[in-house]
Design a protein. Structure first.
Length: 378
C-alpha cells in the first residue's frame, strides 16, 4: 500500500481516484458501512425513490476544473434548485426577492421602489455596530422581512434566540431585486443522473483502490489503525481533527441534524423539493420531498406514494454526526492549536470538512482534494 485514506467522502475519494490513476496502491477505510460520506444516497425500499441519507445534496459549481473532473464519473440532470418558505400559512419564494417582497407587503413595487423600502427599514441599526445577529439582520434587510423570514428560522437552526447569537454568523442576507428565485448563482448545477451512490462507486472503481468499510481508524483491534499506520505509510485523514489528537486542545463544537422520514400514500405532498418553515411554532426547519429532485424519473416513481423528510437542527454531542461547525471564539482558538499539532504530524495530511473544521460544499471538497493531490501528494 502506498497511501492510506481515512474517510470515503468526496475529499478522500478524490485523492484515492487521483492516486490510483497515477499508479499508486491506495486503501480507503471508513467507519460507516457505506462509501461516499455525507453525500451517500439510497433508494427508499418501498418506493424506489432516491433519498439523500445525510440531508439534501445539490451539486453546483463555477469551478471549471471541478466540473470537468466530476463529469468523468457522472452526467448531471438539468435540475435547478428553488426553495420556498411557509410563513404563517402562506408560501413565499426564497432567497428573498422581488416576488417575496411584493407578496409580503401586498404591493407591486418596482426594483427601485423595493430597494428604497428595504433601505429605509434597514436604517434602524448600523451594520457595523450590530451587537448581535438580530441587530445585524435588521440592519441588512429591515425588521419586517427579518422577523418574518430570518428570526425564528435562525432560532430553530441554532436553538438560541438571535439576540444571543453573535452578529458575525451572518455576513450578508441576499435580497434580489428581480423575480429570479434560482437558489444558486453558479455556472453549473444539477443532480447526478444515476444518483449519488452510482457516482461515488465509479470514483472508487479502480483495481488500485481497496475499500474497507465499518473500519474505524481509532479501533486498535483492526490492523489499519492510527498507531499501526502513522509514520509507516502516508495518511490522508478526513475525520474530525480534534478526535485525531484525542481532544488534546478541547472539543470543537458542531451542530447536527435529526431527520424524520415518512412514506405517504399520496402522489404529491408539497409540489416542490424543499419547503422551509419560517415560524417558531413548527419545530422542524424544513421538509424535503425527494421525488421532486428527479422529475425525469416520474415514470419510475410510484404514482400513489411519496417520501418526505422533516429536518430538525440542534447542537451535537460527541456521539452525533457533526454537520455544521459552530465556530465560537473557543473553537477558533482550538482549531489554531490543532493546526499546529497537525503541522507536526509527519506524512499525515488533514483534509475535508472534518479534518479542517470547515463547512465545505461538495465542489469545494473536491477542489481542495485536487489541490492537495497536485501540490502535496503527486
Ligand atoms: P464527509 O463527511 O463526506 O466524509 C468524511 C468521511 O470520514 C465519513 O464517511 C466518515 O464516516 C469518515 N470518518 C470519520 N472519522 C473516521 C474514522 N475515525 N475512521 C474511519 N472513517 C472515518 N454540499 C453541496 O455541495 N451541496 C449540498 O446541497 C450539500 N448539502 C449538505 C447538507 C448537509 C446536511 C451537510 C452536513 C452537508 C451538505 N453538503 C452539501 C456538504 C457535503 O456533504 C460535503 O461537501 C462533503 O461531505 C465533504 O466531503 P468530505 O469528504 O470532506 O466529508
Amino acid at each position: 500500500m502506498d497511501l492510506l485514506i481515512v474517510g470515503s467522502g468526496f475529499f478522500g475519494l478524490t485523492i484515492a481516484e487521483r492516486a490510483a490513476a497515477s499508479g499508486r496502491k491506495v486503501t480507503v477505510i471508513d467507519r460507516r458501512h457505506h462509501i461516499g460520506g455525507n453525500a451517500y444516497s439510497e433508494n427508499e425500499p418501498q418506493t424506489g425513490i432516491e433519498v439523500h441519507r445525510y440531508g439534501a445534496h445539490l451539486f453546483h459549481t463555477s469551478n471549471s476544473t471541478v466540473w470537468e473532473y466530476v463529469n468523468r464519473f457522472t452526467t448531471f440532470t438539468d435540475y435547478v434548485h428553488r426553495v420556498y418558505t411557509n410563513h404563517r400559512g402562506v408560501v413565499f419564494p426564497l432567497p428573498i426577492n422581488l416576488g417575496t417582497i411584493n407578496q409580503f407587503f401586498q404591493s407591486a413595487h418596482s426594483p427601485a421602489e423595493a430597494r428604497a423600502l428595504v433601505l429605509e427599514q434597514a436604517g434602524e441599526f448600523d451594520v457595523k455596530q450590530a451587537a448581535n445577529l438580530e441587530e445585524k439582520g435588521i440592519a441588512l434587510i429591515g425588521r419586517p422581512l427579518y422577523e418574518a423570514f430570518i428570526r425564528d428560522y435562525t432560532a430553530k437552526q441554532w436553538q438560541t434566540d438571535p439576540t444571543e447569537l453573535p452578529a458575525e454568523i451572518i455576513s450578508r442576507l441576499p435580497v434580489r431585486y428581480t423575480y429570479d428565485n434560482r437558489y444558486f448563482n453558479d455556472t453549473w448545477e444539477g443532480l447526478p443522473t444515476d444518483g449519488y451512490t452510482a457516482w461515488i462507486e465509479r470514483m472508487a472503481d479502480h483495481p488500485n483502490i481497496e475499500v474497507r468499510l465499518s473500519t474505524d481508524f481509532f479501533d486498535e483491534s483492526q490492523p489499519l489503525n492510527q498507531k499501526a499506520t502513522v509514520g509507516q505509510v502516508p495518511v490522508v485523514y478526513t475525520g474530525p481533527v480534534d478526535r485525531y489528537f484525542d481532544f488534546a486542545a478541547g472539543e470543537l463544537s458542531w451542530r447536527t441534524l435529526d431527520f424524520e422520514e415518512e412514506v405517504l400514500d399520496i402522489a404529491d405532498f408539497q409540489g416542490t423539493p424543499v419547503m422551509n418553515y419560517a415560524d417558531a411554532d413548527v419545530p422542524y426547519t424544513r421538509i424535503h420531498e425527494f421525488k421532486h429532485f428527479h422529475p425525469e424519473r416520474a415514470g419510475r416513481h410510484p404514482s400513489d406514494k411519496t417520501v418526505i423528510m422533516r429536518e430538525y437542527s440542534r447542537f451535537a454531542t460527541r456521539e452525533d454526526e457533526p454537520y455544521y461547525p459552530v465556530n465560537t471564539p473557543e473553537d477558533r482558538a482550538g482549531l489554531l492549536a490543532y493546526r499546529e499539532l497537525a503541522a507536526g504530524e509527519k506524512d499525515v495530511h488533514f483534509g475535508g470538512r472534518l479534518g479542517t473544521y470547515q463547512y465545505l460544499d461538495m465542489h469545494m471538497a473536491i477542489g481542495a482534494a485536487l489541490s492537495m493531490w497536485n501540490n502535496q501528494l503527486a
